[in-house]
Design a protein around this ligand. Structure first.
Ligand code: UDX
Length: 442
């Protein structure tokens, strides 16, 4: 089986590396010459646990190749489109498909007569995109359609950053949207190596597969916003959101996952996908309140966090110093995309508050305008020196083991606002540190 993956980003690179690990010949293609040059030198531009080793191993064994040239798809049985589908600049939240359609145009030039190639969207695309891809290829290469020389399918990914390889190798399910038995057979063969792990491979029509992706992400985002809203109720009434989440999660219709309160969801998917799903409703003139409320609540959440911080620093906020631990949208990634910190830190700076920040994944990409004048520290305790407040924004494991005695000594005011509840209230109280978590009265 020869596979081409177009797009060497978070999804494309993980997909290419994992399929090459199955022993397939995979070529990963990207039009970013610099990125491909680095990949050919085994320099992986992505902080994803285990990815670097997987790429190096399979590049060495030649199962995994890299190229700038899309013509390389001509020998592939399966062609994955794994390019970005960002929110459109129009601001209506719709997924911008210009990269997808540009790749489809390029692909159509090299599809081979009689080869019965599979063109598969791995990118998250709005319902109806598969059909549009079919129409584009049909228009550009009418001679192919008659002999059914190619098939368009949908195979959305469900990879979480920080555990992407695990999620690929041990998926809860594989979803394949197909229009043809031949496509189904090819995909069954492709995912056969996962049979040993009994990962269910669900075959649907293309539209259902496209909707499954958005509906799954939006539902997970809904769970996060829901528990954040319940956390607000707990803070006012004396409930403990962790106990509430535990009690809810024991109901197997609800499940315990994605019920951890925090500063709001971020990342390259939940925000983008909830906006794109809402846009699909609007485009199809269907009233939608639920997805919209998830989006609105999440935006308001970041403002409410800023207000929480203001209240802890009163009365004189200006020139106060905050030790801000973690800026990425979640641990085990260096991804800042739509992280709540991108909204929270600029608002704190506007209030004249000084930010002393630390993040284990810190790199030069963190020098962005949202973090202008943020002082970065490589040592987490140094970031706390003389700070008026310690804010835990991202639940990196290295923060869970902090020596609270040392923390107290470094802080000017022993106050912790733990936006991820990584500490236990009673443990912290032993050190006479004022502790504020999320979702319980402190
Ligand atoms: C998500 C989906 O989980 C994945 O299936 C899809 O393919 C891509 O989008 P990812 O964006 O990597 O994955 O992160 P995820 O672990 O889902 O977390 C998303 C956001 O929700 C993060 O900001 C995280 O901090 C937040 N979150 C998650 C919570 O605040 N509470 C939770 O209980 C879970």
């Amino acid at each position: 089986m020869k596979i081409a993956v177009i797009g060497a980003g978070y999804v494309g690179l993980v997909t290419a590396a994992c399929f090459s690990e199955f022993g397939y010949e995979v070529i990963c293609i990207d039009n970013d010459k610099y990125k491909i040059k680095k990949l050919k030198k085994n320099i992986i531009p992505i902080y994803e646990p285990g990815l670097s080793d997987l790429v190096k191993k399979n590049a060495k064994s030649k199962y995994l190749l890299f190229s700038n040239s899309i013509s390389k798809i001509r020998d592939a049985n399966i062609i994955f489109i794994a390019v970005g589908t960002p929110s459109s600049r129009r601001g209506d939240g719709e997924a911008d498909l210009k990269f997808v359609f540009s790749v489809v145009n390029d692909i159509s030039k090299f599809l081979k007569k009689g080869k019965k190639q599979l063109v598969i969207t791995k990118s998250t695309v709005p319902v109806g995109t598969g059909k549009k891809i079919q129409d584009i290829i049909c228009e550009l290469r009418p001679e192919l359609i008659n002999n059914k020389d190619y098939f368009v399918s949908s195979n959305p990914e469900f990879l979480r950053e920080g555990s992407a390889i695990e999620d690929f190798m041990r998926p809860d399910r594989v979803v394949c949207g197909v229009t043809d038995k031949k496509a189904e057979e090819t995909l069954k063969e492709l995912y056969r190596p996962l049979n040993l792990r009994e990962a269910p491979v669900l075959f649907t029509d293309i539209e259902s597969a496209e909707i499954i992706k958005y509906a799954s992400n939006a539902f997970l985002a809904l769970k996060v916003s829901f528990i954040n809203e319940i956390a607000n109720l707990c803070e006012k009434t004396g409930g403990n959101v962790q106990m509430v989440a535990k009690g809810m999660g024991l109901d197997n219709r609800i499940g315990p996952k994605f019920l951890h309160p925090g500063p709001g969801f971020g990342g390259s998917c939940f925000p983008k996908d909830t906006r794109a799903l809402y846009a699909s409703f609007k485009k199809n003139k269907i009233k939608n309140t639920l997805v919209k409320s998830v989006i609105n609540f999440n935006e308001d959440r970041k403002i409410s966090i800023v207000n929480k911080i203001k209240n802890l620093l009163k009365p004189n906020i200006k020139n106060k110093v905050i030790a801000f631990l973690g800026v990425t949208f979640k641990p085990n990634t260096d991804d800042l995309r739509e992280s709540p910190s991108l909204e929270i830190i600029p608002r704190l700076r506007k209030l004249g508050i000084k930010i002393h920040a630390h993040d284990p994944a810190f790199n030069s990409e963190f020098k962005i305008k949202e973090f202008d004048k943020v002082k970065w520290y490589s040592n987490v305790l140094d970031a706390m020196k003389n700070a008026d407040l310690l804010v835990i924004h991202t639940e990196w494991n290295e923060y869970r083991g902090l020596d609270l005695l040392k923390v107290k000594k470094e802080l000017k005011n022993p106050i912790i606002l733990d936006l991820r509840n990584i500490f236990n209230l009673d443990d912290v109280k032993k050190f006479n540190i004022k502790y504020y978590g999320i979702g319980f009265k402190s």
